[in-house]
Each structure stands twice: as C-alpha cells, then as structure tokens.
Design a protein around this ligand. Structure first.
Ligand SMILES: [Zn+2]
Length: 97
C-alpha cells in the first residue's frame, strides 16, 4: 500500500472519504458489508436507531420520535455495516418488527 502513496492524490482523497475503509480493497458494490459478508438487508443485520436526547425524552413519555440516524448492525460480529442520516432512509426503515 505504501508503495503507491504518491500515485494519485484524487484516489487517496476518495479512500479517505470512505471512513474506516481499512479492510478489503476489492472493488466494492454500492452496499457495504461486514466481515461476515452481510449487507444491510440481511436478516442478521438489524437497524438500530439513534436519537437525540430530546428524542429519548419524547419516547419516554410515549411520543414516538424520529431517529436522527440509523445504524445497521450485524448481529453476528457486531459491526456497523452502514449508518444513515438520510431522512428518507430513516422513514423507510422498519425499526420495530
Ligand atoms: Zn457480521
């Protein structure tokens, strides 16, 4: 890897953008996968909602709040396969059931 550091600045920048892209350098499809090979649609990968503090308060008193982001976590290796803050993604994700 170090050998081709000077190669292309642009390429390096793209690598940096894919935070935590330390694993595999095989050409990636659009869907990310955990080390087990599961993507976010796999049954073993469950969505986990993240709320703001205010969101938690609302839930506590029985009002359903919209999560601020959703993490898709593999139940086998506990890896966060993907994390989204896209409101559309969040609305489409079924969190309960
Ligand atoms: Zn996994």
């Amino acid at each position: 890897m170090l050998g081709r550091v000077v190669g292309s600045v642009e390429e390096a920048r793209q690598d940096a953008e894919q935070a935590g892209a330390k694993e595999a350098k095989e050409p990636k499809p659009s869907l990310k996968r955990c080390p087990c090979g599961y993507d976010r649609n796999h049954p073993m990968v469950s969505p986990k909602a993240d709320y703001t503090f205010l969101g938690w308060c609302l839930i506590m008193i029985g009002i359903s709040a919209k999560p601020t982001s959703i993490s898709f976590v593999c139940r086998t290796c506990d890896t966060v396969v993907e994390r989204t803050t896209n409101p559309k993604d969040i609305a489409e994700t079924r969190l309960w059931g």
